[in-house]
Design a protein around this ligand. Structure first.
Ligand code: ADP
Ligand code: ADP
Ligand code: ZN
Length: 215
């Protein structure tokens, strides 16, 4: 089955967590623009240097930078049978660009899963988030703690707190989401592609709900 889907939702909604589960379930690659950007910043590439300050402030990185990365990643062989877009598009301008990329590559967009979580829960999730830079595994100090504090269960890597997971930047990212990203819900609803999901509950419950709406 060929499936291209978008995971939409505010920071902390669980897009990354659900994307990883869908990778297993659907055998499709996850494309996270956040991960691609963090790798570019870490490697000190040109694009990474352009992105760094925006990310630190919790603002959107300019389309020109993000789109270059996305296009390159989508051309890879493993995306031929589809992909799970996590964190892209984040603005109507990006959705319009994505339509062009999809038509160039003769792909069609099947579902836009919008994960809905109340703001106070988002802040709790993000302030407690810990991630493994080595293998990408995700933890939460209270909701899904690793067996050994500060150590990844999967690869023994050292867990980190992302630089942008501090309360001030979190509030700014949520405000940016409301202003620039949330209008995408109406955009995709009008195209008949929006699948809203209640994002509260266990990750497993939410995975089942997503599996149901995408068939
Ligand atoms: P996003 O990619 O949307 O920013 P993440 O998947 O990184 O969100 O999740 C943010 C934090 O919340 C992580 O620490 C993750 O372990 C935790 N989390 C994810 N899903 C749930 C859930 N259903 N209930 C409680 N915590 C969750
Ligand atoms: P979150 O877990 O908060 O949803 P991501 O890892 O998806 O965060 O993104 C982290 C940061 O990377 C964003 O705050 C933003 O600065 C940048 N970023 C990620 N995706 C995009 C995008 N599609 N457009 C612009 N900036 C992006
Ligand atoms: Zn790991």
């Amino acid at each position: 089955m060929i499936v291209n889907l978008i995971l939409l939702g505010p920071p902390g909604a669980g897009k990354g967590t659900q994307a990883q589960r869908l990778v297993e379930r659907l055998k499709l690659p996850q494309i996270s623009t956040g991960d691609l950007l963090r790798a570019a910043v870490r490697d000190g590439t040109d694009l990474g240097r352009q992105a760094k300050e925006y990310m630190q402030r919790g603002e959107l990185v300019p389309d020109s930078v993000v789109v270059l990365m996305l296009k390159k990643r989508m051309q890879a062989d493993d995306c031929r049978t589809g992909c799970i877009l996590d964190g892209f598009p984040r603005a109507v301008t990006q959705a319009e660009i994505l339509e062009g990329v999809f038509s160039e590559q003769a792909r069609s967009l099947n579902h836009v899963v919008s994960i809905e979580v109340p703001e106070e829960e988002l802040v709790r999730r993000l302030t407690g988030r810990r991630s493994c830079p080595k293998c990408g595994a995700m933890f939460h100090v209270m909701f899904s703690p690793p067996e050994k504090e500060g150590v990844c269960d999967k690869c023994d890597g050292e867990l980190i707190t992302r630089a942008d997971d501090n309360e001030e930047t979190i509030r700014n990212r949520i405000a940016v989401y409301r202003e620039q990203t949330e209008p995408l819900k109406k955009y995709y609803e009008e195209k008949g592609l929006l699948r809203p999901i209640d994002g509260t509950g266990t990750p497993k419950d939410i995975e089942e709900k997503i599996a149901k709406v995408i068939g």
